[in-house]
Ligand binder design. Structure first.
Ligand code: C2E
Ligand code: MG
Ligand code: MG
Ligand code: MG
Length: 277
């Protein structure tokens, strides 16, 4: 009977979809209040070098909402992007992460804080200016900050992106291409973009088991090497994966095999422990 209503109208009468639309609207409401109500926090996923020591960490936002409990960033970041809330959230992440960096910077082995930047945030004409104002305010050594951008973030307006990246790199920031391989970027663009690091997405790392060959990941590492970029493997969950990736020539590693995302206090504890070892 639904068909008789004609195309499009079918969905309005599907109670499942109706329910999801309502949930989404209420989630958007909650998201709007989340900053004011202090519901966001940051976790840090340690990043490891070839000596299996922590050299840096990636900042990951967490949202414990009063109404919905834990909501994954994979769910609310896209919603924040669609609603424009990503600007306020992104500003909050940068400010909070830089403040934390003033503490982490006291540990000599901690050399890099990696911050995710949404395409929408990056597209803001004031992005560079605002970021520099923040790093100045906290007196941050920007050569210790990596900005993680995705292919979608960089390829919407390639010329503008190139100009912004060059400006950021000129003052010392590092730039990582996040989720490498999941987007649509062509290799020619990859060569043109001023980058420092490629992060191989977990979806590809999942293919590596140390037993069967993983030609796709091998090719990615080889491309990165040709472009003189560091390679970070993300989502490394087993020792066999780590050993195989090391063999392929990866430089840095992140994943549950090494550490889950942890609080800043816990990260500092780990840095102190490594220092004493
Ligand atoms: P991402 O930047 O690719 O971050 C890596 C994600 O993989 C994180 O999920 C991390 O917790 C997870 N992960 C890392 N190692 C492992 C592993 O060994 N096994 C498994 N199963 N998962 C692992 P998370 O924190 O849920 O974040 C999801 C995505 O949300 C991030 O993907 C990123 O795109 C976005 N995101 C997170 N925080 C921020 C933020 O502050 N700003 C923006 N714009 N996006 C963020
Ligand atoms: Mg990331
Ligand atoms: Mg990633
Ligand atoms: Mg990813």
């Amino acid at each position: 009977q639904a068909k008789e209503l004609g195309r499009g109208q079918f969905y309005l009468f599907d109670p499942e979809i109706q329910k999801r639309v309502e949930q989404r609207i209420s989630l958007e409401h909650d998201l709007k209040r989340a900053i004011a109500q202090n519901e966001f926090s940051l976790l840090y996923q340690p990043q490891f070098n070839a000596q299996q020591q922590i050299y840096g960490a990636e900042v990951l936002i967490r949202w414990i909402s009063e109404q919905n409990g834990f909501v994954s960033p994979a769910e609310f970041i896209p919603l924040a992007e669609e609603t424009g809330l990503i600007h306020a959230i992104g500003d909050w992440v940068i400010e909070s992460a830089l403040l934390q960096m003033t503490v982490l910077n006291q540990y000599a082995s901690f050399k890099r804080l990696s911050i995710n930047v949404s395409a929408w945030q990056f597209a803001d004409h004031n992005f560079v200016k605002k970021l520099l104002a923040q790093t100045d305010k906290f007196n941050i050594d920007v050569s210790k900050i990596t900005l993680e951008l995705t292919e979608t973030g960089l390829l919407q307006n390639v010329e503008e992106a190139k100009a912004k990246l060059s400006e950021l790199r000129a003052v010392g920031f590092k730039i990582a291409l996040d989720d490498f391989g999941t987007g649509y970027s062509s290799l020619s663009y990859l060569r043109e973009l001023p980058l420092d690091e490629l992060k191989i997405d977990k979806a590809f790392v999942d293919e590596v088991d140390g037993i069967k060959p993983a030609p796709l990941v091998e090719s990615m590492v080889s491309i990165a090497k040709h472009l003189k970029l560091w390679v970070v493997a993300e989502g490394v969950e087993t020792k066999a994966q780590y050993l195989a990736l090391e063999n392929m020539g990866c430089d840095h590693y992140q994943g549950y095999y090494f550490s889950k995302p942890i609080t800043a206090d816990k990260l500092i504890e780990q840095l102190v422990q490594e220092q004493q070892a």
